[in-house]
Ligand binder design. Structure first.
Ligand SMILES: *Cc1c(COP(=O)(O)O)cnc(C)c1O
Length: 373
């Protein structure tokens, strides 16, 4: 008998999401309506913020947040070099320029000392990315932002349920952005959310996301805006997902702890852990080994799907024009930790539906490989 392949991610869905989506359709209200209002209310309570608006996905949530902060042509935004490409392309979408800084070699979170060095007269904002289920050091980020008069836009796409000093991430800067893509801790298929505390920013978010007007029925548009709305079908799915969130988080943590226990004495294998002051809602279980490519191949033959650690942004082919414009900012020597992380890191699955037996199977496969080195 062959074992079914273990995928990298699987959303935690059951009949309840299907029923909630169907109910929305039967109720004949599929654009933003009662379910969206309730989903937003519960998200604000969870993230501990007064305001939040939806966006179609995490990338557009970041772009919307940047626009609401007034980021535009000529403005630089500091972005960690190890993150999903959407963190940087959202800055381009808003008209600004992403400026990359390395991450810490131990934690893979933004290196705020490197951010300090990257500040210029054009820097307007810093985008801390809460990566792989840990918060980044928001005390250091906030101090840096205060020193240089920068806005803070948190990329909390992977950060629902993550806290720093006991406070939820995504509510610690000027705006916070979440993604509800299928591989995130809470999913609505596609979806995004932008939080803020300042009523003036909230007002700009509302105008920007709804065609520059406050009332849907009017064809008079006082401001330039776009359509960043979602549907109540997604919100209804999100409301069910929120009821599961505590158990999703607990199961992910248990799986990660099981891996960590199993790998505790494996020579040359490190498990990425949260920073001091952060709880942990593992997005993936990132392991670091000099033999990452070989381990990836070994696990593939065992029917276990891995994922690479994010490719360094400064090397991305899509940013060639930025590189040609300012080659000094794209020098490999500035990014040893994100380069090293991409070469030596790989992601093991931690989705809640993994059984204990499957977790053991994955851990056995990793340890078999390490024992042969
Ligand atoms: C998923 C993700 C995004 C983008 O979210 P989408 O909903 O896929 O557009 C941005 N940043 C990080 C760190 C992410 O993990």
């Amino acid at each position: 008998m062959t074992r079914p392949r273990i995928p990298q991610v699987r959303p935690t869905l059951d009949g309840r999401e299907a029923e909630a989506a169907a109910r929305t359709i039967r109720d004949n209200w599929i654009t933003e309506g009662p379910a969206s209002r309730e989903f937003a209310r519960q998200l604000n309570a969870l993230i501990d913020v007064p305001y939040g608006v939806f966006a179609p996905n995490g990338t557009l949530a970041l772009a919307l947040g940047l626009m609401a902060l007034g980021i535009g042509p000529g403005d630089e935004v500091i972005v960690p070099n190890m993150t999903f490409v959407g963190s940087a392309t959202s800055v381009l979408l808003a008209g600004g320029t992403p400026v990359f800084v390395d991450v810490d070699g131990e934690t893979f979170q933004i290196d705020v000392t490197a951010a300090e060095r990257a500040v210029t007269v054009r820097t307007r904002a810093i985008m801390p990315v809460h990566l792989y289920g840990s918060a980044c050091d928001m005390r250091a980020v906030s101090a840096c932002a205060a020193r240089h008069g920068l806005k803070i836009i948190e990329d909390a796409a992977q950060g629902i349920g993550v806290t720093f000093d006991g406070r939820p991430v995504g509510g610690l800067g000027d705006v916070g952005c979440f993604s509800f893509f299928a591989d995130k801790t809470l999913t609505t298929g596609e979806g995004g959310y932008v939080t803020c505390r300042d009523p003036a920013i909230h007002d700009r978010l509302l105008l920007l996301r709804n065609q520059g007007r406050r009332d849907r029925g009017s064809f008079v548009h006082p401001a330039i805006g776009y359509n960043f709305r979602i549907t109540d079908v997604q919100a209804a799915i999100g409301l069910i997902q929120l009821t599961k969130l505590p158990s999703i988080i607990e199961r992910k943590q248990r799986i990660w702890q099981a891996y960590r226990r199993r790998f505790a004495s494996a020579a040359g294998l490190r498990v990425l852990a949260p920073i001091a002051g952060s709880n942990y809602v593992p997005f993936r279980c990132v392991v670091i080994t000099e033999h990452a490519p070989e381990l990836t191949r070994h696990l593939e033959t065992c029917g276990i799907e891995t994922r690479a650690v994010f490719y360094p942004l400064h090397r991305q082919p899509c940013f060639e024009a930025l590189r040609d414009h300012e080659p000094a900012r794209f020098d490999d020597r500035q990014y040893p930790n994100s380069i090293g992380g991409a070469e030596q890191g790989l992601c093991l699955p931690v989705y809640p539906d993994l059984s204990d037996e499957e977790v053991d199977y994955v851990a056995d496969a990793v340890l078999d490989f390490i024992a042969q080195q």
